[in-house]
Design a protein around this ligand. Structure first.
Ligand code: E4P
Length: 218
């Protein structure tokens, strides 16, 4: 499964890239806003694209299809890694179809139902982003949605990749892996939680202490 880092924080992106942990990046307007207004968005997207060898989702910030197409085409010129993120609305799907016809990859975001995921695929989406955590937040079952989309896409040999989004904790990741999501996007905190285990720490402490007691150099 491909792992994307869900952040616009360049330091976090570099840290994860240098450790070989990520295959791409997703951003959204809220993640961009967290950084403040100091950076020019296009410059930041370019810096992110140069830091990671993989898709970088950049989201449009208008509601009409023509505006999304215009912003999408402009964003796509920044770097070959750019994937245009559009919302799962009628206008978003129209923009998805046009941008896809222009050979621009599209990530359709804010997906909350299997029928939405099916329509996004018909509109040519490269990625569909079901928001697992936000469904769980309203007492729904985010993983059930991943499972339904996986079955639908498999039934019809749909190539759109399922990008499990709004991942909030390691168990979301385990379930997404087991259900066959193609990609998962997660915040830095969750990424590092995935590699932690107390038995690893305890085992390492033991190895280091035993080696020290041997009193030899390697
Ligand atoms: C995905 O592309 C979104 O940026 C993200 O996963 C949303 O996560 P949140 O629900 O934790 O904001």
């Amino acid at each position: 499964m491909k792992i994307f880092l869900d952040t616009a924080d360049i330091a976090e992106i570099r840290r994860a890239t240098e450790a070989g942990l990520i295959d791409g990046v997703t951003t959204n307007p809220s993640l961009m806003a967290k950084l403040g207004a100091e950076r020019e968005p296009a410059e930041l997207f370019l810096e992110i694209c140069e830091a990671v060898d993989g898709p970088v989702s950049a989201e449009v910030v208008v509601l009409d299809a023509e505006g999304m197409i215009e912003q999408g085409r402009r964003l796509a010129k920044i770097h070959d890694n750019i994937v245009i993120k559009v919302p799962l609305t009628e206008a978003g799907l129209r923009a998805c179809r046009t941008l896809t016809n222009d050979d621009i990859r599209v990530n359709v975001t804010l997906c909350f139902s299997p029928t939405q995921a099916h329509l996004a695929a018909k509109a040519g989406a490269t990625y569909i982003s079901p928001f697992i955590g936000r469904i769980d937040d309203v007492a729904g079952d985010g993983m059930e949605l991943i499972s339904q989309i996986r079955q639908i896409y498999d039934n019809y040999d749909i190539e759109t990749e399922i990008l499990a989004a709004s991942i909030r904790h390691p168990q979301h990741m385990v379930q997404a892996l087991l259900l066959g999501a193609d990609c998962g996007t997660l915040p830095p905190k969750v990424l590092y939680q995935l590699l932690e285990h107390p038995l690893t720490d305890r085992g390492l402490e033991g190895f280091m202490a035993d080696w020290k007691s041997l009193g030899r150099e390697l």
